[in-house]
Ligand binder design. Sequence first.
Ligand SMILES: Nc1nc2c(c(=O)[nH]1)N[C@H]1C(S)=C(S)[C@@H](COP(=O)(O)OP(=O)(O)OC[C@H]3O[C@@H](n4cnc5c(N)ncnc54)[C@H](O)[C@@H]3O)O[C@H]1N2
Ligand code: MOO
Length: 599
Amino acid sequence: MSIPFTNPLSIPVLGFCAYSGTGKTTLLKKLIPELNSRGVKLAVIKHAHHNFDVDIPGKDSFEMRKAGARQMLVASHVRWALMTEDAVEGDPQLPHLLQQIEQDKVDIVLVEGFKKLELPKIELHRAAHGKPFIHTQDDNIQAIACCADTQVPGELHRLDINDVAQIADFVIEYIGKWQVSPAPLPLAPSSGCEFGMSETLSVRQGVDNILSFVKPITDTERLALDDLSGRVLAEDAISPVDVPQNTNSAMDGYAFKLSEPRLERYSIVVDVMAGHHYKGTLQDGEAVRIMTGAPLPAGADTIQAKELANEQGTNVSFQGEITLGQHVRLAGEDIAKGKTALAAHKRMQAPEQGMLASLGFGQLPVFRRPKVAVFSTGDEVCQPGEPLKQNCIYDSNRFTIKSMVRKLGCEVIDLGIIHDSEDALAEALQQAAMDADMVISSGGVSVGDADFIKLALDRVGKINFWRINMRPGRPLAFGQIGDSLFFGLPGNPVAVMVSFIQFVQPALRKLAGEKNWQPSLVPAIADCKMRSREGRTEFIRGVYHLDQDGRLHVTTTGAQGSGMLSSMVKGNCLIIIGEQDDQLNSGDTVYIQPFADLL
Ligand SMILES: Nc1nc2c(c(=O)[nH]1)N[C@H]1C(S)=C(S)[C@@H](COP(=O)(O)OP(=O)(O)OC[C@H]3O[C@@H](n4cnc5c(N)ncnc54)[C@H](O)[C@@H]3O)O[C@H]1N2
Ligand code: MOO
């Protein structure tokens, strides 16, 4: 029996399954240090079948839990542990357990046990134990680690159960290939098969297929702190210092040593300003005037704010509750020296730049920015700024595409408007693919006028023309020209933007080296009725706001023609009606995708 499983995290999860006695734990005890030595940070979840305990009778944490604390968190400066009394019928739920993992701190979660879940796993098998294979019953086995003389089916990835380095290679390759599911939407699952010319795909199938062709850029360059905005970090930034550097005061006030019982008054020995320190050691009954950010003098352990203190001559007395250690910021409490302050593959914006500055970095390695060539097609398309010819339309697509490409930190190569001639298109595509990592065109991909671009693409690359079950943005071309990726977006201006957000954006982010990116989708209450068609994903331009009931509400921008760019200008989000719905009523909850970060 297999039990469905969905990974709720944006990092990979890999199980290890075997009959008991095969040596799962023994292998993991060797594999973990091997992976650590290669820079892989990992978490492990282990399923225990018995009523285990990690605490010791007599310890405070044990006694408090036994006294009835449903959760008990015990912490020191090196480790913390959360114990939760959570008796469930049957097995614990792995997705719930995974959500307890701090996924920004590790690259992968290894799972021991949970054999019946539809979870990607490595099977461990020792012929000498005479146990049956698991992969014959479980399609989720990614590889089998077994003895040299064991026969396994040819298509199954084979590993040597005694070769820990080889198993570590497989895990690292698995992490590299793993892709976060880009659309946690109620969309049809991807079938994972190859799609040919003019197939009709779901949005999820389209994204999965495209991402399987994207190879992240590995070239790097070093940039000054000031130039990091929008760039993707190429190596972990390890903190060279403690932040804060010293244990210091979080308040303007007085620092002293708290004693039991509390003293009536303290004598003020000196003022300590930020950027200076008191060289002596405070004695019982002594206090210093201290400013926010100034180092805590030796001997002091507590601060009282100025507002709760009365100075009389050279003495000070305090009002209100005082707890040991209050208003003291510990050295390294934000970021400790030697810890990963920012992991590689993160796109940097203001908070990341600020944090790197606070650690004293002057320059950092980033991945080279992707180069993206953009052009428009069509004899009716005119250059803005020039007189509009009869029966023509100004080129808006090149400008929306270029703007979104730049927002994603890429370099734009503008190829202008290419007129409907097979030779001109073929030449432009070939040249663009030599210079750029990605080529994006708009127009000419639906049935009527697709012929020129299809013929040209056939000459220079490998392209699929798909219909995506979505609106707007039904036609989409995707493929490769040489080493370059090609997107042929539909001509209608709104369809261009929606297709870019759904398909080009995840591809460009992966190309740029970014990891763990997922579209931001948030639930909102529909304030009006909206129509779709079952089997199709509808991206309606909407306006969301925080209502007086404290929840996000959303309404449409009005007319939804796929040529009406005004709907994108008025809107601040896409309202997503999934494939399984044909209508949304006022009051229903719907996912929205705010687009302020890209547009
Ligand atoms: N018989 C069918 N006709 C159409 C279908 C279909 O399935 N069967 N699909 C429709 C859909 S959906 C879309 S979207 C469009 C996409 O067509 P193309 O990609 O071939 O685009 P064009 O025909 O070249 O242009 C469509 C529309 O967009 C305007 N356009 C084109 N380029 C630009 C530009 N750079 N800036 C601004 N506007 C542009 C163009 O003038 C047309 O009005 O096909 C439907 N038809
Ligand atoms: O993509 Mo078209 O604009 O769906 O109507």
